[in-house]
Design a protein around this ligand. Sequence first.
Ligand code: S3P
Length: 170
Amino acid sequence: MRSNRNIVLVGFMGTGKSSVGKRVAQRLDRLFVDMDEWIEEWEKRSISDIFREEGEAYFRQRERELVQELATREGLVIAAGGGVVLDPDNIQDLSRNGIVVCLTATSEVIIERTARESHRPLLEEGKKAESIKRVLSDRASFYDSIPHQIDTTGLTLDEVVARIIALSDN
Ligand code: S3P
């Protein structure tokens, strides 16, 4: 029988957590939770507005509260925000009732995937490539510490989905 543990996707912005998560949820007939979207719904404003009006620390607090709530549930597929790994308590809580999988990609792929977007407050407009490389390297140890890793570079969406489902079956 399939386990009902949550499947939690973490990883840097642009590694495909949301698109992959949506499809995994469809395949397994589970509820998909995009943490950023839930926070936007709670707050009735966009992530960019929350960062601008309240600052990053406030956003991290809301993110922490949502992790605590989600860690009490089961059967979910969760796409976490890229910074969720920064607080080790988040990973500990999410791992209690879930399998946490870190999606990775090269900085070149991330730069390409995020090129046409403007909703990510941590990436400085006009200096996106530089900020991606800087934040990626600052956070490398956090992402590297997650035991399950899938490098999405060169994989199709369906290939990534299949690997996650295989991992969650074990
Ligand atoms: C963040 C990533 C974003 C969002 C916020 C902060 C980060 O989520 O939570 O802008 O610190 O890496 P995505 O990874 O879904 O873009």
